[in-house]
Design a protein around this ligand. Structure first.
Ligand SMILES: NC(=O)c1ccc[n+]([C@@H]2O[C@H](COP(=O)([O-])OP(=O)(O)OC[C@H]3O[C@@H](n4cnc5c(N)ncnc54)[C@H](OP(=O)(O)O)[C@@H]3O)[C@@H](O)[C@H]2O)c1
Length: 271
């Protein structure tokens, strides 16, 4: 199965809010015909209405893909609309946090290929990263197609085991918020040192954005990039001695933060 099958047989998008719209935008820009997409959403936005996709117009009999992008708490109401697509012909893909493969298998049947993904908010600008894991019925082909669909909003990684999803939530799913807070606190520290709020915020945003891009693009790993800008007894070293402190620095702090998010993810998926 590939994007030609998706164009021929159709794709059902259940829930077309922020994440659904970001995905849809990417698919349409990469050439998927609007007429191949069937959207189910009680309040589609003006942008969604203007795409030319089928909106609240039922579903094709055996679409290639049904992608679930409703909030986890709406799942119970939303899934019955797609139960008839179960049985193996349609690949189900979910972007919902906290909804397990077992829950989808209960709704669609264990013979249905299902790929659970965990994207993150930079998907809104095509710079997300999604982790993917499939159920037993999902073949390598199904995972490849799910990757192609998620690549519309950024990069993808495959997991070996669904249990790793909670770790992904702790690192990349919730991670953008940690970085936003890093920007806030870096700017506030700059204001403490005498900068205006505006200048401090611009410096903090561009530093995080630029360093993030450099870390992604460089052939050197982040530890080496850090060493490259740390001269002995210089200014960076003075700051890193604070941030790298084994007890009070980033290592333990981020470990505690990621553990808290992953633990909360485990709790929510048990509810
Ligand atoms: N946004 C992100 O960056 C992000 C990151 C990781 C994972 N996710 C996952 O993506 C999913 C969607 O999140 P989102 O941020 O895109 O939320 P959202 O903007 O609220 O979108 C959900 C959409 O589903 C619609 N909906 C509600 N009930 C429905 C039903 N019964 N049938 C069909 N559609 C229904 C909602 O309509 P109403 O607004 O009228 O209720 C809304 O348009 C969530 O499960 C979330 O965990 C999102």
């Amino acid at each position: 199965m590939d994007m030609n099958d998706v164009a021929d047989r159709g794709l059902v998008l259940l829930g077309c809010g922020k994440m659904g719209s970001a995905l849809l935008d990417g698919w349409l820009k990469s050439g998927l015909p609007a007429g191949s997409v069937w959207i189910l959403d009680p309040n589609p936005s003006d942008w969604v209405r203007a795409t030319g996709c089928h909106i609240n117009d039922g579903t094709p009999e055996a679409p290639a893909v049904a992608l679930v992008a409703v909030k986890p708490q709406m799942m119970g109401d939303a899934l019955p609309a797609m139960a008839a697509l179960g049985g193996g012909k349609t690949l189900f893909v979910s972007v919902a946090a906290g909804t397990s493969l077992a829950r989808f298998e209960a709704a669609f049947g264990a013979d249905s290929p299902i790929v659970r993904t965990m994207p993150n908010t930079p998907a809104a600008i095509g710079r997300g990263i999604s982790a993917l894991v499939g159920n037993t019925a999902a073949t390598d082909d199904h995972l490849s197609l799910a990757e192609t669909l998620m690549n519309a909003v950024g990069q993808t990684v495959r997991l070996d085991d669904e249990a790793q999803i909670d770790a992904v939530t702790g690192v990349s799913g919730s991670g953008p918020a940690y970085v936003f807070h890093l920007i806030e606190t870096l700017a506030a520290a700059g204001v403490e040192q005498g900068l205006s709020e505006d200048v401090a915020m611009r410096l903090a945003k561009a530093t995080v954005g630029g360093a993030g891009q450099l870390a992604e693009d460089s052939d050197e790993d982040p530890a080496q990039l850090r060493r490259n800008v740390t001269s002995p007894n210089g200014t960076t070293q003075a700051a890193l001695e604070v941030l790298m402190d084994a007890e009070t620095g980033f290592p333990k702090l981020l470990s505690r933060a990621v553990t808290a998010a992953a633990d909360r993810g485990r709790e929510l998926s048990r509810d």
